[in-house]
Design a protein around this ligand. Structure first.
Ligand code: HEM
Length: 178
């Protein structure tokens, strides 16, 4: 995983819980916490920090990833306003993740391995997104979509399906009227 993801997690934790909490999580995870944004680090390290956070905060690892994705999005917008600027809605932004957003990310972070999503627009206007990646980080994508909606002052609900079921990689996003 690219160092930028660790940097974002550090910023999110420090902003909300303080720098001492970040140090505690690194201690728990047995890591030194030196991450350069362009570097590449084992996925197991981000997993270890998420596990440590879940234990310390007494929440599920899924909740930690939702929170991280949601909190990271405004930080990403501050760093890369030009990536967000062309879009007039969170739906348009989400729909362009394979074709514009992540390709731009791969130019910035050479060697980044971004997930692919299959999209299906449902008859009731909802958007079904199917996660394709070996990394099992749909919970992070879920948080990213929540955080994306907030950037356009929109509200969404996200429906998920049980782990182990045929639809475990699907999420259905519904935009709520004001
Ligand atoms: C709704 C929009 C987005 C979704 C759903 C999304 C989803 C994800 C997920 C789930 C991953 C983890 C890797 C995996 O599962 O294989 C990931 C990786 C990543 N994403 Fe996105 N993302 C979004 C927007 C963005 C934006 C706006 C940026 C930066 C401006 C970004 C930068 C990255 C980077 C740097 C990685 C790490 C890749 C690596 O370490 O190899 N993403 N994204």
């Amino acid at each position: 995983m690219k160092g930028i993801v660790f940097n974002l997690l550090e910023d999110a934790v420090c902003e909300q819980y303080g720098a001492e909490t970040w140090e505690l999580l690194l201690d728990d995870a047995g890591l030194d916490g030196v991450y350069s944004s362009l570097g590449d680090y084992p996925d197991a390290e981000i997993q270890a920090i998420v596990t440590a956070a879940a234990i310390r905060l007494n929440v599920s690892e899924s909740s930690v990833l939702h929170w991280f994705g949601e909190t990271a999005m405004p930080l990403l917008k501050t760093t890369y306003p030009e990536i967000f600027e062309p879009f007039h809605s969170s739906r348009a932004f989400v729909l362009s993740v394979n074709t514009i957003i992540h390709p731009e990310v791969m130019k910035l972070y050479s060697g980044a391995r971004c997930p692919f999503f299959k999209f299906q627009e449902l008859p009731d206007g909802a958007l079904q997104m199917t996660y394709k990646s070996s990394r099992k980080l749909l919970d992070l994508a879920h948080g990213f979509v929540m955080g994306t909606a907030a950037q356009w002052n929109e509200r969404v609900t996200i429906e998920r399906f049980p782990a182990g079921s045929a639809r475990e990689n699907d999420m259905i996003i519904r935009w709520l009227a004001d």
